[in-house]
Design a binder for this molecule. Structure first.
Ligand code: BJW
Ligand code: ZN
Length: 252
């Protein structure tokens, strides 16, 4: 049985925020970044792949790597954690979903108005003029990790397209960040799912909620937070923990 203050907080929440990281998509087969054995940053160097300098230096290396990841997402399906989050929205008056993920698995599980703090793999833009192509990207031709691919050209200025994600050293989209911070400050319960909480400014989101008086629940197999008076931890995979939380709180 889950802690009763947590179930009470969930049943009585007027504004629930769910904040997700790579761990929510792990059970869909999308690798996280920092997990000890399977994390992307164990095999790939972020400095050569996830910065504007890296793209300037070797655009084909970076584009090829992101096409490989985009294909993995296209082939993946939402898991029970994505579906439980979409279902949670139906039980509260106000619901905000904030994700650091660049996949679209929340949307495919039925969540709406998802705030993407770190952009999307599906929405490239021009590295030179920042405009987005009119047509969506076609599926890439069997990309593999490590295979170089020349980025397509911008139809407006001829510049190279870049992945529509937020790289290290880049600002987050201002509207998304403001909406996320605003929701965190106004909510009464925030559930943080599958994030190591080390990348800023996104990592400030749960802290802002706590500081504003909300309860915060962390769902993660690893010990990412210490339980406290208003802070709860469910140690386990989101695909098991979130459906169980939903069941115990709402019988859903
Ligand atoms: C499960 C599970 C299961 C597993 N169920 N859970 C010092 C030096 C240089 C820079 C900085 C610095 N200090 C701060 C900075 C700034 C930097 C930063 O924070 N760096 C830190 C790493 C130190 N931040 C930025 O640069 C940001 N911009 C910025 O600050 O602009 C101002 C500025 C301007 C100029 C100079 C400096 C600053 C931008 C950050 C962009 C982050 N981008 C990435 C890549 C996106 C594109 C891509 O996908 O390739 O975003 S990095 C990567 O980390 C990705 C993620 O969204 C983000 C967060 O990771 P997340 O989601 O938490 O994943 P993991 O892998 O870390 O954790 C997974 C968790 O899941 C684990 O806890 C598991 O246990 C758990 N899990 N299975 C539930 N089944
Ligand atoms: Zn352009």
């Amino acid at each position: 049985m889950l802690p009763s203050p947590l179930l009470t907080a969930l049943r009585s929440a007027r504004h629930l925020v769910v904040f997700t990281g790579a761990g929510v998509s792990a059970e869909s087969g999308i690798p996280t970044f920092r997990d000890a054995l399977s994390g992307l940053w164990q095999r790939f160097d972020p400095a050569t792949l996830a910065t504007p300098q890296a793209f300037r230096r070797d655009p084909a290396l970076v584009w090829g790597w992101y096409e490989w990841r985009r294909m993995k997402v296209l082939q993946a399906q939402p898991n029970p954690a994505h579906r439980a989050i979409a279902e949670l929205a139906r039980h509260v008056a106000e619901f905000t979903l904030i994700t650091q993920n660049v996949d679209d698995l929340h949307e495919r599980a039925g969540s709406q108005d998802v705030i993407h703090l770190h952009g999307s793999l599906q929405q490239p833009r021009c590295f030179a003029c920042a405009r987005s192509p009119a047509a969506p990207l076609a599926p890439a031709d069997e990309p593999e990790d490590g295979r170089r691919l020349e980025p397509p050209r911008c139809t407006h200025c001829g510049g190279r397209l870049r992945p529509g994600v937020v790289w290290f050293g880049e600002n987050l989209p201002a509207a998304a960040l403001n909406a996320a911070f605003d929701a965190a400050r106004r909510c009464d319960l925030l559930i943080s799912v599958g994030t190591s909480g080390v990348v800023y400014p996104a990592a400030e989101v749960p802290r802002l909620a706590l500081d504003a008086g909300a309860m915060v629940l962390h769902v993660n197999p690893q010990a990412v937070a210490q339980p406290g008076e208003r802070e709860f931890v469910l140690r386990g995979p989101a695909g098991a923990e979130l459906p169980e939380l939903l069941r115990q709180a709402f019988g859903a």
